[in-house]
Ligand binder design. Structure first.
Ligand code: SF4
Length: 109
């Protein structure tokens, strides 16, 4: 059985790859539409997000299983070079919504 940390890393990679291959996937778009209306969506620049992770001792894509327990991401508005993340699970939402076994931490999808 793969460890949950490896499983999370697998989902992150799978989500990014699926988003690149099929960015208009209908099921992902439906989930992302829910995120778009949620107060917990935020828009980070990649260096800001990396800075957040580094500030909490995370340097790679392993060990991501406990991100939900970290403090919420800051709330930023959509803007140039900003990408959608969930403030609660800290996931990149265009990737998370592409992975079938990922779920919304608030049970919205
Ligand atoms: S994953 Fe859930 S809690 Fe996070 S932004 Fe989307 S709808 Fe909101």
């Amino acid at each position: 059985m793969p460890c949950s940390s490896c499983g999370k890393a697998k989902n992150i990679v799978e989500g990014y790859v699926r988003h690149i291959i099929d960015p208009k996937n209908r099921a992902a778009a439906e989930k992302f539409a829910i995120c778009g209306k949620c107060d917990e969506i935020t828009w980070y620049k990649i260096p800001e997000y990396i800075g957040y992770l580094a500030g909490h001792g995370l340097k790679g894509i392993t060990g991501f299983k406990d991100l939900t327990s970290l403090p919420k991401l800051e709330k930023y508005a959509k803007g140039e070079n900003r990408h959608p993340f969930c403030r609660i699970c800290k996931c990149f939402l265009h990737g998370k919504t592409q992975v079938n076994d990922e779920v919304c931490p608030l049970g919205k999808w």
